[in-house]
Design a protein around this ligand. Structure first.
Ligand code: C5P
Length: 250
């Protein structure tokens, strides 16, 4: 049934502008939005709390299977929901919000801002290489395909999650330009130099493109947009222009 709901899949490397474009599109169309990276960031946060080592993926998988209670919903978690939970058991709740962006709660405490830190950004691409973890997140992401439509952004939206998406966009931009954008974005509360951000992005690109499972790559039928020299407004306009034809084909 949900397969009838239209999807726009936006994939691309870190800091290519996927989030900004997805928000603008979802607002314009009145559709839902999936920020799939937030889920990988959340799991990376949990693994970090457990203090587990990525060189031992079995233990990570074991912990996820046995000690992680993961829920998704439109409301915040019940304030008492975590009271029975004792470490290493943890509860995570993702509160999906259509436009303002989802919020994440760890044992009923909101952790959304922490998930955007460079520390978690780095760890998230390690977490994203674990096959069982990716597989567990698949149904949660597909569940968000709800009427009137979904704008989904990440690395494998067009290739793995929604291979029949009505419109697939692959956003790229020169890594130096992406690093500069990130550097400017964190101007008020900057913890890294431009060179450190550049190095982190290069490393994440390398990991995301060369992993064995669901690597970052352009789907064969995706439209590639290089936004190195394009403004966000211009990219949104380009994508919106492609929407009517794409939805008629569906
Ligand atoms: O998009 P964002 O930078 O928030 O994603 C954080 C990390 O999560 C990425 O570097 C990538 O390793 C992983 N990710 C993924 N598949 C997705 C979305 C994100 O592997 N669909």
């Amino acid at each position: 049934m949900t397969n009838d709901v239209p999807v726009i899949a936006i994939d691309g490397p870190a800091a290519s502008g996927k989030g900004t474009i997805a928000i603008a599109l979802a607002e314009d169309l009145g559709w839902h939005r999936l920020d799939s990276g937030l889920l990988y960031r959340t799991v990376a946060y949990v693994i970090d709390q457990w203090n587990l080592d990525y060189s031992d993926p079995e233990t990570i998988q074991d912990h996820i299977r046995n000690f992680l209670s993961f829920s998704v919903g439109e409301n915040p978690p019940n304030a008492d929901s975590h009271k029975q939970i004792e470490f290493p058991k943890v509860s995570v709740h993702v509160q999906i919000q259509r436009l303002t962006g989802s919020k994440v709660w760890y044992n009923a405490q909101e952790i959304t801002p922490v998930l955007r830190s460079e520390h978690i950004s780095r760890l998230s691409s390690y977490a994203a290489r674990i096959p069982t973890l990716r597989n567990e997140l698949i149904p949660i992401q597909r569940e968000l395909r709800q009427p009137p439509g979904l704008v989904a952004e990440g690395r494998d939206m067009g290739t793995v999650l929604f291979p029949t998406a009505d419109l697939k966009i692959f956003l790229t931009a020169d890594v130096a330009v992406r690093a500069q954008r990130r550097f400017d974005q964190y101007a008020k509360d900057r913890k890294q130099t431009y060179e450190e951000i550049l190095e982190d992005l290069r490393e994440r690109d390398r990991q995301d493109m060369h992993r064995g499972i669901a690597p970052l790559k352009k789907a064969e039928d995706a439209i590639e947009i290089d936004c190195t020299y394009l403004s966000v407004k211009c990219v949104v306009e380009k994508v919106l222009q492609a929407v009517p034809a794409a939805l008629k084909v569906a």
